[in-house]
Design a protein around this ligand. Sequence first.
Ligand SMILES: C[S@@+](CC[C@H](N)C(=O)[O-])C[C@H]1O[C@@H](n2cnc3c(N)ncnc32)[C@H](O)[C@@H]1O
Length: 206
Amino acid sequence: MGGGTGGFAVRVAERGHRVTVVDPSPDALAILDRRSGETGVADRVTGIQGDLATVPDLVEPGSVDVVLCHGVLEVVDDPEAALASLAGALRPGGTLSLLVSQRHAAVVARAMAGHFRQARDLLEGLLPDGAPRRFTAEETTTLLTGAGFTDVSLHAVRVFSDLVPSSLVDLEPGASAALAALEEAVAGRPEYLTLATQVHALATRA
Ligand SMILES: C[S@@+](CC[C@H](N)C(=O)[O-])C[C@H]1O[C@@H](n2cnc3c(N)ncnc32)[C@H](O)[C@@H]1O
């Protein structure tokens, strides 16, 4: 959902799965077509122009095993309705993989850049017109359970990567792999969720 140019879709298709990408952008879908053709998975990848609001018209209700919705909930008008659409597309017991921007990391980033008023507004959940939403870990869980998902597990994503100057990672041999290992080590620790740039949720449709 909002699979864009197919960075994930093609990798999932390469593992043998059939993938449908729903995205409003015709340009992204054209790149998806080209990418899936070049990777030899065109027969397993279908692009459909549409959005979260039109899912019930595009996808047979209760027919999907897994939905990936990464980096999309931030830009929809109504996150509750969007998650209800996704729940409707999934079969009972199906899995949702949801990735959202995490608010507290954005507050810290604004403050560290000297934008203290913006940081304060973001802390209170106030957004300038058109700015993408941010979610706390608690809000993410509440949204998912409210849409009928169970077994919600949260993972911290990009806890350190956006704080460390890239020069430090690029210059030191082995630093990039060590940073990835550190990210992996904290991903499942709840105390790191408030520091994470993104929160990843896995949830089951009841
Ligand atoms: C930040 S990109 C994320 C792309 C991809 N999911 C990823 O993780 O690499 C956001 C995508 O959401 C799509 N999008 C924007 N509004 C949407 C909506 N209302 N419903 C579904 N997709 C939407 C955009 O066209 C874009 O491809």
